[in-house]
Design a protein around this ligand. Structure first.
Ligand code: WQD
Length: 338
């Protein structure tokens, strides 16, 4: 069975391709390599020993999307990762984000909408909740006004899918709202490859420990939490990848409760920034050079998932601990810099 993975050379996309191939799916990747490299294919093949089809083009080119689906008219499912995802950049370049993240989604859905049957998995984010009023966060928590154009593209993207599924009953979709994906494949053949200075905590930690960065800045320790630093739900990227395969299988096997569903994908456990640092120092046996600085604009105090729905309806649960995830992140950083 042939599955299209857009953005399949990216961090979460590449790990999901591995899990799809492990389950015997035939994978086609579309990626414009704006935030990834074709070298990732070698890493994927090293892990699975299987071939895949890779086509490099930009999903903003509508005619190329149409032509692709004419050639691959046997695609049964799509997992859509391709999008720009830097929160800060989205504030400076909103039109780039609205065009790239939304026009590409529309072009893909247009190709699926009239198929006899199609399954679609959308890469969404817990960012749609903003600072939730209640923790842990369930899928019924209200979607709040987005803090950034990036977050808004996830909210609008979900609405586009919901409205399309309403009038195309043969199109089945699931939006997965990720919490904080971290770590790398245990083989260290694939992992996170941030371009330039990492915006996210874990790659900044590992790059500081390896000597690429001078010092980690901890953005604030005056939040109303146990140690004053922000709390997040850090989920191993392989656990997250497996959730995509389980969600896709739910749709392909017709086990979905409706033709548009939403699931939170996290561990259900919150960790503060200082707890992450302590865990990293424990597993790496490295002393991390960090300092407390002022808060980062737009950060929320705490977010971690209520995973009941994914556990019960998807039959999926994250297996890796924070220590496991940071161990894999450190092993990957050491491999990349070796
Ligand atoms: C985590 C915590 C920072 C860097 C973002 C997006 C979200 C998703 C995941 C795409 C925060 C602190 C960070 C640093 C720090 N991306 N931090 N020093 O902001 O929770 O989520 O990435 O889907 O949509 O919003 O992740 O890793 O940037 O920050 O102290 O150098 O680490 O303040 O508390 P975030 P993050």
């Amino acid at each position: 069975m042939k599955i299209l993975v857009t953005g399949g050379l990216g961090f979460i996309g590449s790990h999901t391709v591995v899990e799809l191939q492990n389950k015997g799916y035939e994978v086609v990747i579309i990626d414009n390599c704006s935030n990834s490299s074709p070298d990732v294919i070698k890493g994927i093949c090293e892990i699975t020993g299987k071939d895949l089809v890779f086509e490099k083009f930009d999903l903003r080119e509508k005619d190329k999307v149409q032509e692709f689906f004419k050639r691959h008219n046997d695609i049964e499912g799509v997992i859509h990762f391709a999008a720009s995802k830097a929160v800060g950049e989205s504030v400076e370049k909103p039109l780039l984000y609205y065009e790239n993240n939304l026009s590409t989604l529309v072009y893909i859905l247009q190709q699926l909408a009239d198929k006899a049957s199609a399954s679609f998995i959308f890469s969404s984010s817990c960012t749609v909740y903003g600072q939730a009023d209640e923790l842990p966060i369930t899928e019924n928590a209200p979607v709040k006004t987005a803090e950034s154009p990036y977050g808004n593209t996830k909210q609008i993207g979900e609405e586009i899918i919901r409205d399309t599924c309403k009038v195309h009953p043969a199109l089945k979709a699931i939006a997965l709202r990720y919490f904080n994906p971290i770590g790398a494949h245990p083989s260290a053949e694939i992992g996170e490859l941030p371009i330039g200075v990492p915006q996210n905590l874990i790659p900044f930690i590992t790059q500081t420990a390896i000597g690429l960065r001078e010092q980690l800045s901890v953005f604030g320790d005056d939040y109303p939490t146990s140690d004053g630093t922000c709390i997040r739900d850090y989920i191993h990227v392989v656990d997250l990848a497996k959730a995509h395969v389980v969600a896709l299988q739910r749709l392909l096997e017709g086990k979905n409760a409706s033709n548009y569903e939403v699931f939170n994908v996290g561990t259900g456990t919150g960790s503060s920034v200082l707890e992450v640092i302590q865990s990293f120092e424990k597993v790496s046996k490295e002393k991390l050079n960090y300092k407390i600085v002022e808060r980062r604009e737009g950060d929320i105090t705490a977010a971690y998932a209520d995973t009941t729905k994914a556990n019960n309806e998807l039959g999926w649960k994250a297996k890796s601990s924070l220590d496991d995830s940071l161990t894999s992140a450190w092993k990957w950083e050491q491999k990349v810099r070796s």
